[in-house]
Ligand binder design. Structure first.
Ligand code: IMP
Ligand code: MG
Length: 192
């Protein structure tokens, strides 16, 4: 088991991975998304629902770019197994604290891959009768989306490769990297 600094050193030297989105590029785009959402929801107080675990970094940065009132809640779902592969099944792991009925809801996702999670949340949250329901994702693997899903705000469209950092994990690790990296097939070696 390697310590974090040696893993980071390998990553920043491009071992087993390559930089996809720098911290600066992400921050710039998150700011733009915050401005766009603030314009669209002018005079409203939406509830931003972060999708755990991956969405927690993005939602933390996004709400600080909003210039309108908002509330925050979290929903926890799991679809992925431990490493790179989806189990294909979505499980809801908690209940929301907020009252969704009649409210403007913005679901905040880290990444849309197959679209299954968004589809699941669309169905689940619609039943709770929000006034409006929209989705924002930092990353969209557009080639991968198999489901008929509508994502209203997209940070970046990215190739269908496995990415980590800025909340996204590989086997529960690497969420605390400030940038987004593509991991290659040798990723296991990072932790050897
Ligand atoms: P989907 O249901 O297939 O759209 O996948 C949704 C969830 O899978 C995301 O919210 C992530 O938590 C996880 N996921 C999908 N692709 C990646 C990736 O490239 N890296 C890390 N997690 C991912
Ligand atoms: Mg997620």
């Amino acid at each position: 088991m390697q310590n974090f600094s040696s893993v980071v050193q390998k990553i920043t030297h491009g071992e087993c991975c390559r930089l996809l989105l720098s911290e600066k590029k992400i921050q710039k785009r998150v700011k733009e998304l915050g401005q766009q959402i603030s314009r669209d929801y002018h005079g409203c107080c939406p509830i931003l629902i972060g999708v755990l675990k991956g969405g927690f970094v993005f939602i933390a940065d996004l709400i600080r770019e909003l210039t309108i009132d908002c509330e925050v809640d979290f929903i926890k779902i799991s679809s992925y197994g431990n490493k790179k592969n989806s189990s294909g099944k979505i499980k809801l792991n908690n209940k929301l604290d907020c009252q969704v009925e009649g409210r403007d809801i913005i679901v905040v996702e880290d990444i849309v891959d197959s679209g299954l999670s968004v589809k699941f949340l669309q169905k689940h949250l619609s039943k709770l009768k929000p006034r409006t329901l929209r989705f924002v994702t930092l990353l969209l693997k557009s080639e991968m989306v198999q489901q008929d899903v509508n994502v209203d705000y997209v940070g970046f469209e990215i190739p269908s490769e496995f990415v980590v950092g800025y909340g996204l994990d590989y086997s529960q690790k690497l969420r605390n990297l400030r940038a987004v990296y593509v991991l290659d097939n040798e990723a296991e070696k990072l932790f050897d």
